[in-house]
Design a protein around this ligand. Structure first.
Ligand SMILES: Cc1cc2nc3c(=O)[nH]c(=O)nc-3n(C[C@H](O)[C@H](O)[C@H](O)COP(=O)(O)OP(=O)(O)OC[C@H]3O[C@@H](n4cnc5c(N)ncnc54)[C@H](O)[C@@H]3O)c2cc1C
Length: 319
């Protein structure tokens, strides 16, 4: 376990935004996790937050008077435990799991190519892309719950993880994930090569569509799926009916709406609504959380004015 006091968190996060935290605690094992919570008890710290790569967070600029517990991979972070079952530590990035699988002639996770993040957060949020979700491959996960300042460890099988759209029991009960097992499909070399190509294509697709050349935190808002809200949008833009059915699978793409509301390129400080994909607010260098949050507020106000509802934020705002 490594402990850093009064630590500037910004550079550890994907978005490169955030203030100081009272403690950053790096953990690699159950022993480390126990020790971390002993420290929290001793220091009477109530507030704690689990951190992966920080790719889906806006960490505020103000002092975080709690502990950030970051999961690092152990010395043997990805293990083949049966011919088609891989176990990976929470702190392993998904891309490494996928490549480990290919090296062992296993396929099934290639849809997640380029999806930033670690195993722990992927389980928590049941990440998904291109019509697949992580739950499709999860066999079980080892988790812990904090009761009276002590971690209680247990293994939850797939059905006990209660996966749903971008959700799981880990999120609902604020559990920590230590590791997860993935049940994959054994394949011959031809199938593995094709899966590897799909994986590379997905990475390429993301590079073309997303403004990855700047620090970002993924999609800021959820796409609009509430029928009442879609109706309100159609009252203002009746021409979108066709696109909603044919292109957006019954939803309305937030990136499109933000652009149509003329907010592409809108900038506060070093935070910019990306002209490449307007549902991304990129950090041009030294953006503050307050800059990003004021753009979010502006977009919400514009929606309230134009459509009479406020879009839901997807990214997590910490503090
Ligand atoms: C460019 C870009 C594209 C993206 N595309 C997609 C996409 O296509 N599909 C999709 O689903 N998501 C997407 N995301 C969102 C992001 O990839 C996921 O939310 C991912 O799971 C975040 O992983 P992370 O390790 O960065 O987690 P973090 O951002 O560090 O944390 C996210 C949440 O998980 C919690 N957490 C972290 N580790 C653990 C743990 N071990 N145990 C319990 N809780 C933990 C944190 O407390 C936090 O609440 C995208 C993000 C970006 C930046």
């Amino acid at each position: 376990m490594k402990v850093y006091a009064d630590f500037e968190i910004r550079n550890e996060l994907w978005y490169k935004i955030g203030g100081k935290v009272r403690y950053l605690i790096d953990v690699e094992s159950k022993e480390d996790i126990k020790k971390a919570f002993e420290l929290l008890k001793k220091e009477k710290i109530k507030k704690f937050f689990f951190l992966g790569l920080g790719s889906n967070l806006i960490f505020k600029d103000e002092y975080f008077a709690g502990a950030v517990i970051r999961f690092l991979p152990s010395s043997n972070p990805i293990r083949l435990i049966r011919p088609h079952i891989i176990e990976a530590d929470a702190g392993v990035v998904l891309d490494d799991v996928i490549n480990f699988a290919f090296d062992h002639n296993l396929v099934g996770l290639e849809w997640a190519g380029g999806l930033p993040g670690q195993v722990g957060a992927a389980i928590r949020g049941n990440v998904g892309a291109f019509g697949s979700e992580i739950k499709d491959s999860v066999k079980e996960a080892e988790v812990f719950e904090i009761i009276n300042n002590k971690p209680r460890f247990k293994v939850l099988r797939r059905f006990e993880l209660q996966f749903s759209y971008r959700n799981s029991i880990v999120k609902k009960k604020k559990l920590g994930v230590i590791n997860a097992q993935f049940r994959l499909t054994s394949a011959d070399q031809g199938v593995v090569n094709r899966a590897r190509q799909t994986y590379l294509n997905n990475i390429e697709y993301r590079k073309i569509r997303h403004p990855l050349e700047y620090p970002n935190c993924g999609s800021i808002f959820k796409n609009i799926s509430d029928p009442a809200h879609i109706q309100k949008i159609l009252e203002v833009y009746p021409d979108l009916e066709e696109k909603i059915i044919r292109e957006w699978h019954g939803k309305v793409a937030m990136g499109y709406l933000i652009k149509r509301l003329d907010l592409s390129g809108y900038r506060v400080g070093d935070a910019l609504v990306s002209p490449k994909h307007c549902n991304f607010i990129v950090n041009l260098g030294s953006a503050k959380a307050s800059d990003v949050l004021s753009i979010i507020k502006l977009i919400q106000n514009k929606f309230a004015e134009t459509f009479d509802f406020v879009p839901e934020v997807e990214v997590e705002i910490i503090q």
